[in-house]
Design a protein around this ligand. Structure first.
Ligand code: AVI
Length: 318
């Protein structure tokens, strides 16, 4: 479900995991395909565009918080810590933390080796004295971190509210895996999006320019491209719906008419109004966030928000 997991699916057309998730997901009721499959090259580019949209506040809010808290963070985190970023991707927010804590080493972890090497090279050029140790791995499982940083105190970094893309029990499992990877006494700096006005939330996931709609329907285009699909993409519309019971924005692709198509020769029919559920983005109130961290084995020790209280960044200790 995490965007970083996805990039493993980019290398080969017709990844067997993609095929299984799509065929099973279209077969089940309600129909649902894991959000991880959004992030092929086109989807990753569309996501980068989303982060700059006027309606999509999380990236701006979190970047503002990280810039603001630098001195406090430096005081709370042990000197000489190694910074371990989970799902580092393009490492865009990393310089804010590097400048704040001046770590002894930086370990970006990502499942996509190519992506990891490119962003590590760029960071090494910007911070020539920084010891950068790229680590190609699936961070949803407990990892043995490089021996070189064994003695250093650890600061884990998991920005972007990516934790929100997991259903709560999977979020707890991930927090526990991070705790196991970093060890007792480690710190974790994590971004979580807050519950807020429904109109603000729904606009953030259904922008006026239609970039999020394109991001969502790119999944259908990817199915057609990689799994020999015949889905009439224009027969689906993007929906972003607040599910209050589960405190999450859900993204769906809704059939605007009765529609039939095949994927790898397998036939599917949806009636008008039926949806394919493509993403969950959970939002956490202050208490919810602290409970989630504790359930994952982390004690919250500091909490910061932007001036409007849209987004929160937590520092927690294992
Ligand atoms: C990657 N993730 C945290 C984004 C989110 O806000 O849940 C993905 C996204 N989906 C639509 N817009 C952004």
């Amino acid at each position: 479900m995490l965007k970083q997991e996805v990039k493993g699916g980019q290398a080969s057309l017709a990844d067997p995991r993609f095929r299984a998730d799509v065929l099973n997901g279209l077969d089940r009721r309600p129909r649902a395909i894991p959000a991880r499959w959004f992030y092929d090259r086109c989807g990753s580019e569309l996501f980068e565009q989303i982060t700059g949209l006027p309606e999509y506040y999380p990236t701006r809010a979190e970047t503002g918080i990280l810039a603001q808290i630098a001195p406090e963070l430096a005081a709370l985190v042990a000197a000489g810590s190694a910074l371990v970023e989970f799902g580092s991707g393009s490492s865009t927010k990393t310089p804010l933390v590097l400048d704040a804590i001046k770590p002894s080493a930086y370990v970006p972890i990502d499942i996509s080796g190519d992506f990891l090497r490119d962003s590590s090279r760029a960071l090494s050029a910007r911070y020539p004295d920084l010891f950068v140790l790229p680590f190609e791995a699936d961070f949803t499982r407990a990892l043995s971190l490089p021996r070189t940083i064994a003695a250093a105190p650890k600061l884990g970094f998991f920005p972007g509210s990516t934790i929100g893309n997991l259903i709560p029990h999977a979020a707890v499992d991930l927090l526990r895996a991070m705790r196991a990877s970093l060890g007792l006494g480690a710190h974790l700096l994590i971004g979580m999006d807050r519950i807020k006005d429904v109109a603000v939330l729904e606009r953030a996931y259904d922008d006026a320019a239609g970039v999020t709609a394109a991001f969502n329907s790119n999944l259908l285009a990817r199915i057609n491209r990689e799994l020999d699909g015949t889905i009439p993409i224009e027969a689906f519309r993007h929906r972003a719906i607040w599910n209050d019971e589960r405190a999450r924005i859900e993204m769906h692709l809704e059939a605007t008419r009765d529609v039939s198509f095949t994927v790898e020769g397998q036939p599917f029919t949806l009636v008008a109004g039926e949806t394919i559920h493509t993403e969950n983005s959970h939002k956490y109130g202050p208490r919810d966030a602290r409970i989630l961290l504790r359930a994952g084995g982390w004690t919250p020790i500091a909490e910061w928000t932007d001036p409007k209280g849209l987004f929160a960044v937590y520092l927690a200790q294992a």
